[in-house]
Design a protein around this ligand. Sequence first.
Ligand code: UDP
Length: 488
Amino acid sequence: MSPNKLHFLLIPHIGPGHTIPMIDMAKLLAKQPNVTVTIATTPLNATRYGPTLTGPIESGLPVRFLQLPFPAAEAGLPEGCESTDKIPSLDLVPNFLAAIGMLQQKLEQRYEMIKPVNCIISDKYMSWTGDFADKYKLPRLMFDGMSCFNELCYNNLYVSKAYDGLPETEPFVVPGLPDRIELTRNQLPPEFNPSSIDTSEFRQRARDAEVRAYGVVINSFEELECEYVKEYKKLRGGKVWCIGPLSLCDSDNSAQAQRGNVAAIDEEQCIKWLDSHKPDSVVYACFGSLVRVNTPQLIELGLGLEASNHPFIWVIKSVHREKEVEEWLAESGFEERVKDRGLIIRGWAPQVLILSHPSVGGFLTHCGWNSTLESVCAGVPMITWPQFAEQFINEKLVVQVLGIGVGVGADSVVHVGEEDRSGVKVKSESVKNAIEKVMDDGIEGNERRKRAKELGIIANGAIKEGGSSHLNLTLLIQDIMHYTKTSS
Ligand code: UDP
């Protein structure tokens, strides 16, 4: 390969919240002059995420997939279990993590086919990529799919152990942050607040690989969290590049409608429904790809939406509880009562398409980082209902630091797979109250909306020519180019 060309190998973690932004990143990188991109993933994931790349590839975008056979049978997993949202039960999580580890050998067997590579960008949870990069003497950038706010919180929690020994519900201040951020132990991610399934070894390996990484690529933009970007850069010796929001890399409606999966609603029907409502009037409720709230909690959510009296789109993923949920929707009369103002999407929603429609005025979200950032991009304030992982940390950024959200009052994590034993944590009244605050037309509501819209404008500017993320992408490419030239 000519010394002025770069080949990036992207290795996403195989779960929607991690793969979707990496696919966007692949497009973004491949649009840069003299850059080609290979995405290494498993066959079912290549099929699932491929459609948004088909058009761009046909028109010459230099991106391709390298398929790594997924060792499902070897790891004792059912056929087709190739993504975090397809794991049928909690007891198979260790098998899934073992299968991920086996992908290193699959990549090594195929590496000759794609050489030379100049740089790896791999997900934090594909920790074996650290050893792979060392073996082939390649610089590796970590992608965690989180904000700098989050990375800094995690790091300071790791280093300080400020939560250690405290009662579960006692607030403590996360040390060393630009703002006073308080959390409780039972709001922390599994790294510091383990779930019933032991993933500590997997997480420790991810942490070790993170520390060893050459640099970090962040799906965020500097203006959103300047102080945190500054601090995180200090921590990582400057090698941090905020190149987001990645969801803005493609403004094509049909690409957006297919982002992450085949949507369970026709794109035009969805837009038509949204067109029939006033600007800023609709509440969009969706809990990402992994959250599976239990049925009584789901009912409280639905009743809260109904009581708020706003038109709404409610995305229901009732895997394992389909029958119960469908019975409630029909037998309680809920669906009939709300039919004139509620659109229920059963399955995958075209989220970015929905959020960017002018009639959406509030997003009831679980605060996954992608969803949070997609809401910021659309200038939509949030009703925050964190569930697990780093979502309580994201909520702090949205509600406290940015002032663009109102919490429903969730106070502790419900780890994945532990939903059935968690009961009802948030009542419909609290859901309704938080929705009303966000959708309110008074001074507070209007100021929150104004802040959200202003941030949306800045987010959209960040990735355009002259914007901070656009510049960071150029700097990242220059850095890798320099690394390549000086190390060869
Ligand atoms: N998503 C979507 N439709 C759905 C559910 C999720 O398009 O019905 C997308 C969403 O736009 C986001 C990603 O899936 O890009 C979810 O990532 P996030 O970090 O918000 O949450 P996670 O699924 O990882 O908990």
